[in-house]
Design a protein around this ligand. Sequence first.
Ligand code: SAH
Ligand code: SF4
Ligand code: F3S
Length: 471
Amino acid sequence: MLETVQKIHDESRQGEAIAPVGGDNGVYIKKFYIESYGCQMNFNDSEIVASILNQEGFGATRNVDEADLVLLNTCSIREKAEQTVRQRLTEFKKTKKNKPGFLVGVLGCMAERLKAKFLEEEKLVDLVVGPDAYRTLPALIEEAGTGQKAINVLLSREETYGDISPVRLDSNGVTAFVSIMRGCNNMCSFCVVPFTRGRERSRDPHSILAEATDLFERGYREVTLLGQNVDSYYFVDENKDETVTFALLLEKVAAISPLLRVRFSTSHPKDITDDVLHAMARRENICNYIHLPVQSGSNRILQLMNRTYTREWYMKKIDRIREILPDCALSTDVITGFCTETEEDHQDTLAVMDYVKYELAYMFAYSERPGTLAARRYTDDVPEDVKKRRLAEVVALHRRHSLEGMQKEVGKICKVLVEGVSKRSDAQHFGRNDQNKVVVFPKGNTQKGDYVMVKIEDCTAGTLIGTIVPA
Ligand code: SAH
Ligand code: SF4
Ligand code: F3S
């Protein structure tokens, strides 16, 4: 899997990494420990869960031994993601044995996919709660506290948690996620998300704007608007008789302050509009970066995947982006070894990658997910070693492209939002430029949350290295 700093920001695409979260400083009677797996939306959901639990007198802790309740917010996107969670669960066995009243809960997509089966398969688990049922957590915890197993995996057509103000866990105080919608109505044949997250619904724009404004007032300088398919955001405001599209929402969030950067993820190639591209061009603070997953470069495979576009259509979309936003960075997701994929299909994928030269890519070997269209209709017939070999080829090609992309930045001056101290050295700060590239530089007098101009002098495959220049 590709090693980039982006993995901090998008774990789903890195293969289910763990990020223990915690860090609330209120006075609480009970303590919970939460770990999140999967995508940014799951991480943001954990912050919603933290808010609900705070109301109930539970404070977050980073120390499992101190916790009365352990929650794993899980991901089902690939088989490995689920295996990781099962493995992690076994590690709580001892604590559970030694600590009466200690509860273990499974939240998120795996809870939704496996439902009551989870309780049968994993005796250790006391609570199983799906992504739309977090408001019922307090009641479920109480129920589990009496020794019963508690479960709620009902999906909703309305729930957006719009009124809940997420408690920022493990925050850098500068960048934050804001969910703008939930669920997905696309039926990509490989994907479990429509089953685990339910129907698509858009959150009230007022609550989105209020949350982003509050973040800005608290010193945050960047929000990433999240959804499985942000370009299909659509909200009809009955009071004002206003229809808010994603392009309009972007403009509204960007209008909060020129000092607030706006990012978004993910865009489905079929849905991103010229209006969105024009909004990005108009507003300096909407970052020049689009994650536009291609999945495959073969028309035959794209059709089997039910992606609803062709390679030609995708490449035209890329041309359009470059026309309206000449400096826009592009990233993608690629799956290798999908059902029936031939060497020729694989070459088509490499050719599209060559055409676009993505700045970032998240690349995966196909993993069949029970219940999906592909699992029901097609045979997972590409041998594992072939999937892996093709994946290695895709990764190698991408590395070349991303390094070339980084090298092109050397000599340029870019605006960087300072996010914190660099892992390399205490004397250095790191941040990202408009295009989402990580920049490291000697910190001088800069503070977290400042914008600085940095002259790029060198680079590695994942990082630009430079020095501050006067604005
Ligand atoms: N909504 C996002 C994707 C969320 S899942 C979108 O449409 O882009 C993130 C990525 O995981 C997908 O883009 C896909 O590349 C990968 N993925 C999803 N299901 C997979 C599977 N069954 N096997 C391998 N990779 C998968
Ligand atoms: Fe899955 Fe496709 Fe929806 Fe993305 S758009 S979440 S890949 S079904
Ligand atoms: Fe995983 Fe669910 Fe996100 S399956 S990628 S946590 S929507």
